[in-house]
Design a protein around this ligand. Structure first.
Ligand SMILES: C[S@@+](CC[C@H](N)C(=O)[O-])C[C@H]1O[C@@H](n2cnc3c(N)ncnc32)[C@H](O)[C@@H]1O
Length: 262
């Protein structure tokens, strides 16, 4: 059966999700012990979708992450690289617009969306930092980014218990319940090699986002990250502050007191 490796070749990743699409939602609930519902509630509260807002849900899969936002009245575009996941999504959520595409080459103009969301998707993207730059490009100034992703429990005893679960319980359950248990070995490997909360926050800042913060869910098994694309005014203020903070070249004459006050 199909599985990708940690190179995360987009065709292999898409093929793997094609093969799991029909039972994806069910397996998700089973393997997370029902916690997926809780994580989606937290995500929905963090996004605060407003009626009429344009929201792009990247790596939307079968639409489970997009559906609550559409229900709140937002105009949601659900994008995914796997045709199999999109097919299931279109059947289950005929009211949502599903688009085939890649997170690193979004088929949208710049400054289009009020919010970009990605749930359990960024970890599967071959070039996640390029994807974050794309999210920044398609957001309107002031637009919000929300990333929900598996992470690393900060308390070591919790982390050890979670590692044990990932290496023993999860593969066993996947063998019993999934038609493609190999895909769940990929899941474990991709979680274990994913950056922690601080590193992902730094990637988000480097992509140009401000007001970057995160909160841990289920003791840090999952982290919910947020950021904002600066408004033009904020961006101008940041540039000005940066210029003021920069050391003056030694050869330049320094302004006298009267010039500073002018
Ligand atoms: C674990 S599923 C998450 C689906 C959904 N967001 C959810 O919360 O249930 C990950 C999804 O990421 C998609 N994906 C992986 N790489 C992608 C890429 N480069 N561009 C867009 N989607 C991608 C997969 O096809 C898959 O549907």
């Amino acid at each position: 059966m199909s599985r990708a490796d940690m190179q995360k070749d987009p065709d292999e990743v898409a093929g793997m999700f094609d093969a799991t699409a029909k039972r994806y939602d069910l397996l998700n609930s089973l393997l997370s012990g029902g916690n997926d519902k809780l994580w989606r509630i937290h995500m929905q509260r963090a996004v605060r979708p407003q009626p009429g807002e344009r929201i792009l849900d990247v790596a939307a899969g079968t639409g489970a992450s997009a559906a609550p936002m559409a229900k709140a009245g937002a105009l949601v575009t659900a994008l995914d690289i796997s045709q199999g996941m999109l097919e299931v999504g279109r059947e289950r959520h005929p009211d949502i617009e599903f688009v085939h595409g890649s997170a690193t080459e979004l088929p949208f103009d710049g400054d289009t969306f009020d919010a970009v969301t990605i749930s359990f998707g960024l970890r599967n993207v071959q070039q996640p930092r390029a994807a974050l730059s794309e999210f920044h490009r398609v957001l309107k100034p002031g637009g919000r980014l929300l990333v929900c992703e598996f992470s690393q429990p900060p308390v070591s005893v919790v982390r050890r218990g979670y590692d044990l679960y990932l290496r023993t319980v999860l593969p066993g359950m996947a063998r019993l319940a999934s038609s493609n248990p190999e895909a769940y070995r990929y899941l474990v490997e991709s979680i274990e090699s994913w950056p922690d909360q601080q590193a992902l926050s730094q990637w988000i800042r480097t992509a140009g986002f401000t007001r970057v913060a995160h909160r841990n869910l289920t003791l840090g098994v999952v982290a919910l990250h947020r950021g904002r694309k600066p408004t033009e005014q904020t961006a101008a203020m940041r540039i000005a502050k940066h210029a003021n903070d920069a050391p003056q070249p030694a050869s330049e004459p320094q302004p006298g007191p009267e010039e500073q006050g002018a």
